[in-house]
Design a protein around this ligand. Structure first.
Ligand SMILES: Cc1cc2nc3c(=O)[nH]c(=O)nc-3n(C[C@H](O)[C@H](O)[C@H](O)COP(=O)(O)O)c2cc1C
Length: 177
């Protein structure tokens, strides 16, 4: 039985080991692994619990090749055996603070899926360098919906370069800016 402290420690370990790979091994990903990654996205929070998302999973090689073309032929994209297009189903809702909800909602879902992927021993790169209209046509995404990002998933033997991040002292303040 996990204590909440143990859960927090494990989550930070997963967060620390996540990185953006740009090469993937020729190795399949089991269906149950993909299913748990999607479950992590399904359980993500969203503004007013509207869940304005659809996750389009692509595993077919011919389709992955077309996605790769729409993503300007980055070679590592087609290498990855699983692509998940994280798409919106509602782009209108604004939160009480006046900001548009869907990019934030979808980012939470994507982050949850990326972390679950790492916990499953996979690597995951978020990709936003693609022609959205091409991906939309390819995946028959209805007009007006957005393809916000692609999760490019698979096994990778790449070594993480290490996180170059701003120091906490630069990004955190207490009680005032
Ligand atoms: C919203 C967003 C969009 C991104 N788009 C791309 C992309 O188009 N291509 C790419 O190679 N990486 C992309 N990344 C990955 C970032 O470049 C990467 O997370 C960042 O450089 C930090 O490196 P790390 O993930 O290895 O820690 C994206 C990440 C985020 C959060």
């Amino acid at each position: 039985m996990y204590t909440s402290y143990k859960v927090m420690k494990d989550i930070l370990a997963v967060i620390r080991s996540r990185f953006s790979p740009h090469s993937f091994l020729d190795r399949e990903v089991a269906d149950d692994v993909v299913d748990r990654i999607l479950e992590a996205g399904r359980l993500a929070p969203s503004a007013k619990n509207r869940q304005p998302w659809r996750f389009v999973v692509v595993r077919d090689l011919a389709k992955r090749q077309l996605i790769s073309q729409a993503a300007y032929n980055e070679p590592w994209i087609v290498q990855a055996p699983v692509h998940v297009a994280v798409c919106s189903t509602n782009i209108d809702y604004k939160m009480p603070n006046g900001q548009t909800a869907y990019p934030i909602d979808l980012s939470f879902a994507a982050a949850f899926m990326a972390l679950q992927a790492v916990d499953e021993g996979l690597a995951c790169c978020i990709n936003t360098t693609f022609d959205e209209n091409e991906i939309r046509d390819l995946l028959t995404v209805p007009y007006g919906m957005r393809v916000v990002l692609l999760l490019i998933l698979g096994h990778s033997d790449e070594k993480p370069t290490g996180h170059e991040r701003l120091a906490k002292s630069r990004i955190v303040s207490f009680e005032h800016w």
